[in-house]
Design a binder for this molecule. Structure first.
Ligand code: AMP
Ligand code: MG
Length: 392
C-alpha cells in the first residue's frame, strides 16, 4: 500500500502533455491553452467614455459649457476642446482631445447649445473615463499556457486581437467495465446481476471538450478476453477499467494488463474508498484500473482520472482544489488510510451524510463534497475545521 499523495505524484509524473493544435476561438471553450496568449493590442487603445453624457475639461469647473459636437462609439469627434467647450459623448466613444472627465447626461440640462449642471454636483477629475490601457497593453500576458479556456478567457483572448488559439488536443479515454455480474443499462437484471453503472458515471464525469471518452462495454471475467481487449486499446491516451482490480479469483485486471505487456507502476493505495486502484503504462497509453464499487470508482476518478486528464493537457496544478469547511457532525478517528467522507456542504459547513459504504450510490448522489481525513487523524468534533473537495 502506498500513500495517496505518493500515488498521485507518481501517476502525474507519467503524464507528458499531448501535442497541440490550433483551433478557432469559437471552438476553444473548455480546452487547455498550449502556449501563452499575449495581447496583440492595447485595450482600451484610447481614453473612452464609460457613460452617456458630456465630455468636459475638469479644469473648467462647474460650467456652463458650449456644445461643439458629439463623439459616438466608432465615430469619434475630430476636434479638440477649448476652455468652456463640451462634446456630447456616448458609452464607448473616444474622449475628444482636451477632455478628461465625463458628466452623466442625467446631471446635465441643455438650453440650446449651452449646457448647465441640472443641480450642484461634486465634480471628480477623470470620472466615467476608461483610461487607455487600463485593461491590458500590447505584450501583456492574457492567458498562461496550461490554463483552461473559460468563457471570460476566450473573450479576453478575442479582445487581445486573436481569432484562433493553440490548445492541447483532446485526451482520448477508453473506458471498459469488467464483471460477469454486469448487465447493459436498461436490460433485465437477474437477482445475481447488477447494471453496469460505472461506465456512464465515468463518461459523465470526464467527457468534456478537453476529453473524449469511448465505451468498450462489459468485458467478462476471463483472463484471455480481458488481455485481448487491453491489447486492442493501446492507442488510447488513457485506458480506464473498473472492477477486477482486487485479489479475488475473478479479479483479472492485473494479470491481463501484464499479459498485454503493461508495466504496473503502483497498486493499492492507502485510501478509503478506492484501495485497489492500479496504475501503469501499456505502450503509449497510461492505464488506470479503478475499483469496481461505484463510489470507489467515483472517488478514484476524482482523485486520479480527472487530474491525469488535466496533466496530459498541460495543466500546472492538476489535483483537485481543496477548501476549508467547518465539520457539521462528529467523525471517528481515521486508521491507516486517508478517508473520503460523503458530505453536504452548505454555507461553509460540511455535514457527513452518514452512509459511507463504497457501493451506496444514493448517498453519493446526495453529496456535493468529500471531506478529506488524512490517515491517522484523531476523532473530529462538530465545529472542527476540515479539508473538503467539491464534487458538484
Ligand atoms: P470488483 O472490484 O470487480 O470486485 O467489484 C466490486 C463491486 O463493484 C462488486 O460488487 C461489483 O458487482 C461492483 N461493480 C463492478 N463493476 C461495476 C460496474 N461497472 N458498475 C457497477 N458496479 C460494479
Ligand atoms: Mg468483478
Amino acid at each position: 500500500m502506498i500513500a495517496l499523495e505518493e500515488a498521485q505524484r507518481r501517476l502525474l509524473a507519467l503524464a507528458k502533455p499531448v501535442p497541440a493544435e490550433t483551433i478557432p476561438l469559437h471552438a476553444a471553450a473548455g480546452r487547455y491553452a498550449a502556449a501563452d496568449i499575449v495581447a496583440q493590442r492595447t485595450q482600451p487603445v484610447r481614453d473612452l467614455s464609460a457613460m452617456d453624457g458630456f465630455a468636459v475639461r475638469f479644469a473648467d469647473g462647474p460650467g456652463p459649457w458650449r456644445l461643439i459636437g458629439q463623439s459616438a462609439a466608432g465615430a469619434a469627434f475630430s476636434g479638440a476642446l477649448e476652455p468652456g467647450d463640451t462634446v456630447r459623448i456616448f458609452t464607448g466613444a473616444a474622449l475628444p482631445q482636451g477632455a478628461d472627465t465625463v458628466i452623466m447626461q442625467e446631471d446635465m440640462r441643455a438650453e440650446g447649445d449651452i449646457i448647465h449642471l441640472s443641480a450642484p454636483l461634486d465634480l471628480v477629475a477623470g470620472r466615467h473615463v476608461r483610461k487607455a490601457g487600463e485593461d491590458f497593453a500590447t505584450g501583456d500576458l492574457l492567458v498562461s499556457a496550461g490554463e483552461q479556456l473559460t468563457p471570460a478567457r476566450i473573450a479576453l483572448a478575442a479582445m487581445g486581437g486573436h481569432g484562433s488559439v493553440s490548445v492541447r488536443r483532446p485526451i482520448r479515454v477508453a473506458i471498459l467495465s469488467t464483471g460477469d455480474e454486469l448487465v447493459p443499462l436498461g436490460a433485465p437484471v437477474r437477482d445475481d446481476q447488477i447494471p453496469a453503472s460505472n461506465s456512464v458515471m465515468l463518461h459523465a464525469l470526464l467527457s468534456a471538450p478537453a476529453c473524449v471518452t469511448t465505451d468498450h462495454g462489459i468485458v467478462r471475467d476471463d483472463l484471455a478476453t480481458l488481455t485481448a481487449v487491453f491489447t486492442s486499446l493501446a492507442d488510447a491516451d488513457i485506458i480506464m477499467s473498473t472492477g477486477g482490480a482486487s485479489v479475488g479469483d475473478h479479479d483479472h485486471v492485473k494479470p491481463a494488463l501484464e499479459g498485454a505487456g503493461a508495466q504496473i507502476d503502483f497498486w493499492k493505495i492507502a485510501m478509503r474508498p478506492g484501495k485497489p486502484l492500479m496504475a501503469g503504462q501499456l505502450g503509449k497509453a497510461l492505464v488506470l484500473g479503478l475499483p469496481g464499487n461505484p463510489v470507489s470508482a467515483f472517488v478514484t476518478a476524482i482523485l486520479f482520472a480527472k487530474p491525469l486528464i488535466a496533466a496530459l493537457s498541460g495543466a500546472p496544478e492538476p489535483l483537485p482544489q481543496r477548501h476549508k469547511a467547518i465539520l457539521g457532525s462528529a467523525l471517528p478517528a481515521v486508521a491507516k488510510r486517508t478517508d473520503h467522507i460523503r458530505a453536504i456542504l452548505a454555507e461553509g459547513r460540511a455535514t457527513p451524510i452518514g452512509l459511507n459504504d463504497s457501493a451506496a450510490l444514493r448517498a453519493l448522489a446526495r453529496a456535493n463534497a468529500l471531506i478529506v481525513r488524512p490517515a491517522d487523524s484523531p476523532a473530529a468534533h462538530a465545529g472542527d475545521e476540515v479539508d473538503i473537495i467539491k464534487i458538484a
